[in-house]
Ligand binder design. Structure first.
Ligand code: SAM
Length: 287
């Protein structure tokens, strides 16, 4: 594959423009100018983006680009770019391509040598990381966990030994279940930060053990409203590593033995607490 030349791109430019995650003041002056100057703005939800642009008095041509039409539409948009028009891509909130559509369009544009240029700005994951107070030099962004309980728990089990800080996006109707599953997968004491409604009226950043956060969210319906980023401390010490290994061994044994025997043996082999391993087994069978 040829390396894209930065010096001699052909055609117009595809600008990838970040938009606010709640607070309308967070659209940068350069983002405003770019959105006003391009030939068209590709948006996930054109009604939502029209409202945003209306706030700034920008009257742009809007093209609906979403997961279902992106592949087909990319061909036509690349033709416009090749013909010399510049276009912008935005999503409903934050930075396009971050748990949002756009990578197919960017790939298609780059493949033919179109200049793709970022107009950086808000992203919920970076906003959450910046206020979490958890190690941030290395981190792993996991996006949304699977919606189905069994798949979600399996994913969390696989992440139990990850030493980097973990970031997840979560919605209001699953936040309580996800915290419950994290208590089981990562252990009750693992530190975490729940960043809710960032930059909005009800912005709340809660920190504590996973168990304390779960209890708070279960007890207070207000803490289940809105949009969330969950930041979870990585597996740090030997105890976390033993728990992760215990769960791996338990998963292998439990297909041949009853849960209690599998948990006892896995605990003996790895040094992980038997109760936590047994709880893993219960949670993976009851959802
Ligand atoms: N592209 C966006 C970005 O850069 O952050 C993310 C889009 S993703 C479809 C939407 C998810 O981001 C929400 O479900 C929530 O997890 C998170 N999110 C977006 N805005 C948020 C906010 N103001 N506070 C907390 N989380 C937010």
């Amino acid at each position: 594959m040829p390396v894209q030349s930065a010096s001699a791109p052909s055609g117009g430019t595809l600008f990838i423009v970040a938009t606010p995650i709640g607070n309308l003041e967070d659209l940068s002056p350069r983002a405003q100018r770019t959105l006003a100057e391009v030939a068209a703005v590709c948006a996930e939800d054109t009604r939502h983006t029209r409202r945003l642009l209306g706030h700034y008095g920008i009257d742009a041509e809007l093209v609906a680009l979403h997961e279902h039409n992106e592949q087909a539409l990319a061909v036509r948009l690349v033709q416009r770019l090749e013909a010399g028009e510049s276009l912008a891509l935005v999503s409903d909130a934050g930075t396009p391509l971050v748990s949002d559509p756009g990578f197919r369009l960017v790939a298609a544009a780059r493949a033919v040598g179109i200049r793709v240029s970022p107009v950086p700005g808000p992203s919920a994951l970076i906003a959450a990381l910046s206020v979490a107070g958890l190690p941030s030099d290395r981190f792993a962004f996991e996006g949304f966990l699977p919606a189905k309980a069994a798949a979600r728990r399996e994913r969390l089990q696989k992440l139990a030994g990850e030493s980097r800080t973990l970031l997840f996006y979560e919605s209001s109707h699953r936040i309580a279940d996800t915290l419950e599953d994290m208590v089981v997968a990562f252990g009750a004491e693992r530190r975490a930060v729940l960043a809710r409604e960032l930059t909005k009226l009800f912005e709340t950043v809660l920190d504590g053990s996973l168990e304390a956060l779960r209890d708070r969210v279960q007890a207070d319906a207000d803490q289940r409203k809105g949009e969330f980023v969950l930041v979870v401390e990585g597996a740090g010490d030997d105890a976390d590593a033993a728990l992760a290994e215990g769960r791996r061994v338990y998963a292998l044994l439990s297909s041949h033995l009853p849960p209690s025997a599998a948990a006892r043996l896995a605990a003996e082999i790895t040094g992980a607490p038997r109760k936590a391993l047994y709880a893993t087994g219960q949670s993976s069978t009851d959802g």
